[in-house]
Ligand binder design. Structure first.
Ligand code: NAD
Ligand code: WQD
Length: 337
């Protein structure tokens, strides 16, 4: 049985589907702070499998313990966290409290109930503005740009210490920019409140919810002046989690040593904001009106992954094209209207 925390969220729900399709049993803990119960039924609809679901806050250690008592959990994929960068600058303590205490409780239970494989949702944000592109796992970690980013750096440190002290296998997965929706269009990113990321702004502009897209700066030192990121389809990302779990499980049978494995999960290709606008227009035929506004505070110029470590160790690679990813975001957006 695999525990998926935050399993009704954007990346967690896609990963739950992928796990169930590969024959794993799944138990989800999610407090619905940034998700909706109907996503559970969608996961079951897509897979035709039953999912055990417990709606509580992971900071409630006694409730988490009941889940470990009830199921024999052999692996944990820990997605649950607050993730809005801007908000983390306004209410930092809530970010530290949720993201760190939830993680610590997960670690405590994995220790008490002898669960040896843990996968952690980290982020390319831990690198800040790297000096050299593409970013490898050896690229130095810099001062984080936000409290959110610091919770990811601290989360990684907690897990490194924990893995060493308790002889656990841990994979730190550093996602670049997840986009897109499930090919069935039954799952995708829910627009709770104001979106945080570029693609939901693009799809909301396409659907007329917004008059135009604001592009934050065209004076970056990049070919077209707009900032560059590595946009990876969420289903590709979900598959990487299953590959990482298999990798940890295999390590477990090979050796008794503890280990920390770090993987960058991206496509390896950088795209500018204007590239995204053009690719969206090509994929859907819908024009995206935009205006250029000043840079957004805390934004970096460029970040794209060298995913070759994940390619070779996990036998995984991002396969969905940018156009296809953006088309899936658009189909999902329309299903919300
Ligand atoms: P999401 O908000 O859609 O999913 C997170 C889920 O966790 C939500 O369903 C929320 O209700 C739940 N949750 C939060 N705190 C909880 C708690 N204390 N107890 C129980 N449930 C709780 O986010 P996502 O985009 O799916 O991101 C998943 C993980 O990946 C997060 O850790 C995030 O920081 C990380 N990440 C996301 C991105 C991105 O751009 N989406 C990029 C890099 C890393
Ligand atoms: C992408 C590009 C914006 C909105 C964030 C987190 C990072 C990680 C991934 C979690 C940037 C530009 C955006 C808009 C725009 N998440 N933009 N107009 O900033 O790379 O990273 O998500 O770990 O930690 O910081 O992603 O999607 O917000 O922005 O021009 O309306 O789009 O300036 O260049 P970002 P994003």
């Amino acid at each position: 049985m695999i525990l998926v925390t935050g399993g009704l969220g954007y990346i967690g729900s896609h990963t739950a589907v992928e796990l169930l399709s590969r024959g794993y049993d799944v138990v989800i803990v999610d407090d619905l702070s940034n998700s909706e119960k109907f996503i559970l039924h969608r996961i079951e609809e897509i897979t035709g499998k039953k999912v055990h679901f417990f709606p509580f806050d992971l900071r409630r250690q006694e409730l988490l313990e009941q889940v470990f008592e009830a199921f024999s959990i052999t692996g944990i994929i820990h997605f649950a966290a607050y993730k809005a960068v801007g908000e983390s600058q306004i209410i930092p303590l809530e970010y530290y409290e949720n993201n760190l205490f939830s993680l610590i409780n997960v670690c405590k239970m994995s220790k008490k109930y002898d669960c040896n494989n843990i996968i952690f949702s980290s982020s390319c944000t831990v690198y800040g503005q790297a000096d050299v592109m593409p970013i490898t796992e050896d690229t130095p970690i810099k001062e984080a740009e936000s409290s959110y980013g610091r919770t990811k750096q601290m989360g990684e440190d907690i897990l490194k210490d924990f893995a060493r002290a308790e002889r656990k296998r841990v994979a730190l997965l550093r996602y670049f920019n997840p986009i897109g929706a499930h090919h069935t269009s039954k799952l995708g990113e829910l627009p709770k409140g104001i979106p945080n990321n570029l693609v939901p702004y693009v799809t909301q502009t396409a659907s007329g919810i917004r008059e135009y897209l604001q592009i934050f700066g065209d004076d970056y030192d990049t070919p077209d002046g707009t900032a560059i990121r590595d946009y990876i389809h969420v289903e590709d990302l979900a598959k990487a989690h299953v590959a990482a779990l298999g990798f940890l499980e295999k390590k477990l049978s090979d050796t008794v040593e503890s280990s920390i494995e770090i993987f960058n999960l991206g496509t390896g290709k950088g795209s500018s904001v204007l590239d995204i606008v053009k690719a969206f227009e090509t994929a859907t035929g819908i024009p995206i009106p935009y205006i250029i506004v000043p840079r957004r505070a805390g934004d970096i110029t460029e970040a794209y992954a060298d995913p070759s470590r994940a390619n070779s160790f996990l036998n995984w690679k991002a396969e969905t094209s940018l156009e296809e990813s953006l088309r899936s975001s658009w189909v999902w957006q329309q299903s919300l209207n």
